[in-house]
Design a protein around this ligand. Sequence first.
Ligand SMILES: [Zn+2]
Length: 90
Amino acid sequence: MLLAYLQIGIKYMNIITEQMERNLKNKLMNASWVCHKCGQKYGSQPENHIATYHMDTCDVCDDYTMVTEPRDYRYFRDTLNPRNKQDDKN
Ligand SMILES: [Zn+2]
């Protein structure tokens, strides 16, 4: 009986995790502005790249802080498309 509950719990957690991942990917794909914290967490900045920041709401974490465009973090391709991580050094 307990095992059955555990299995249901694990299944439910997997569903929630999948949903969270989907939500995050949607946010990353549709973000207009992103803060440095989220940019570093989900993307990476090209070398010697200069980004222009201003005060606004980060579309990923909803903090009102310094934000810039997702393109300054390679459109989060490290998170959205992990296979490309090694390919591109631009
Ligand atoms: Zn953020």
